[in-house]
Design a protein around this ligand. Structure first.
Ligand SMILES: N[C@@H](CCC(=O)N[C@@H](CS)C(=O)NCC(=O)O)C(=O)O
Length: 207
C-alpha cells in the first residue's frame, strides 16, 4: 500500500505517462491507484476536491495535498528517485526536452479532444472541420518529430520520450486508421523498440 494515491484510469495517456515514470524509476510501490471514470461531462467528487479542474492524473501526497497535472506529477516523481534524472536539471537541454515533452502532451490533447468530439458529442452537433483541424495538429507534430527529433528521442527514454511513446500509443488505441507509420517510418521504428520496454508493456491500454 503506497503512501501516495494516484487518481487513475487505464486508458488515459496522461495517466499512462505517470505510470511509465513510476515503472522506470522504481517507485511503483509508493503509490496506490484510485480508479476514477471521468469525462468533461461527468466528474468525480473526490477528484474535484483535490483538482478543481476534475482531470486525471492527480496525485495525492502523504500529507493530503494534491499535485496536478501530469507534467507537475512527472517532475515531482523525477525528483524523488536516485537514478538518472528523466529531464536535464539545467541548461538549454532542459528547455529543449521540456518543449518536446510539451509537444507530446499537445498530441495527446488533440487526440483526447477528438475522442470527446466523436464519442461524447451528440451526432447532430459534431463538427468535421474541427476534427480535421485536430488531426492536422497531430499530423504536423508527427512530421516534425520525424524530421527533427528522431536522434533526440533515441538518446534516452526520458520524460519527453515517454510522452511521445504514450501519445503514439493513445493514437493507435483511438484512431488505429490514422496511418502515421507509413508517413513517419523512422518514428515507427523508434516506437516499435520502446514499446517493448517492460514499463510500456505493463501500462499498454486495452480498449
Ligand atoms: N493537461 C492535463 C490533461 C489531462 C486530461 O486531459 N485528462 C483527461 C483524461 S485523458 C481528463 O481527465 N478528462 C476529463 C475532463 O476533461 O474533464 C495533464 O497533463 O494531466
Amino acid at each position: 500500500m503506497g503512501t501516495m494515491t494516484l487518481f487513475h484510469s487505464p486508458l488515459s495517456p496522461f495517466v499512462r505517462k505517470v505510470m511509465v515514470v513510476l515503472h522506470e524509476t522504481g517507485q511503483l510501490d509508493r503509490v496506490s491507484l484510485q480508479a476514477v471514470n471521468v469525462s468533461p461531462l461527468s466528474g468525480d467528487e473526490q477528484l474535484n476536491q483535490g483538482n478543481p479542474i476534475g482531470k486525471i492524473p492527480a496525485l495525492r501526497l502523504a500529507d493530503g495535498s494534491v499535485l496536478h497535472d501530469s507534467r507537475v506529477i512527472c517532475e515531482y516523481l523525477d525528483l524523488q528517485h536516485v537514478g538518472e534524472p528523466l529531464l536535464p536539471r539545467e541548461g538549454s537541454a532542459r528547455w529543449r526536452r521540456m518543449t518536446l515533452a510539451s509537444q507530446a502532451d499537445a498530441i495527446m490533447d488533440a487526440s483526447v479532444s477528438s475522442r470527446y468530439e466523436s464519442f461524447l458529442r451528440p451526432e447532430d452537433k459534431r463538427w468535421d472541420d474541427w476534427l480535421e483541424a485536430q488531426a492536422g495538429k497531430i499530423r504536423r507534430s508527427l512530421a516534425n518529430l520525424e524530421q527533427e527529433h528522431l536522434a533526440e528521442l533515441a538518446s534516452g527514454f526520458d520524460l519527453a520520450a515517454i510522452g511521445v511513446a504514450c501519445a503514439l500509443g493513445y493514437l493507435d488505441l483511438r484512431q488505429p486508421g490514422f496511418g502515421w507509420r507509413e508517413r513517419q517510418p523512422g518514428l515507427a521504428a523508434w516506437y516499435a523498440e520502446v514499446a517493448k520496454r517492460p514499463s510500456m508493456i505493463a501500462t499498454a491500454p486495452v480498449a
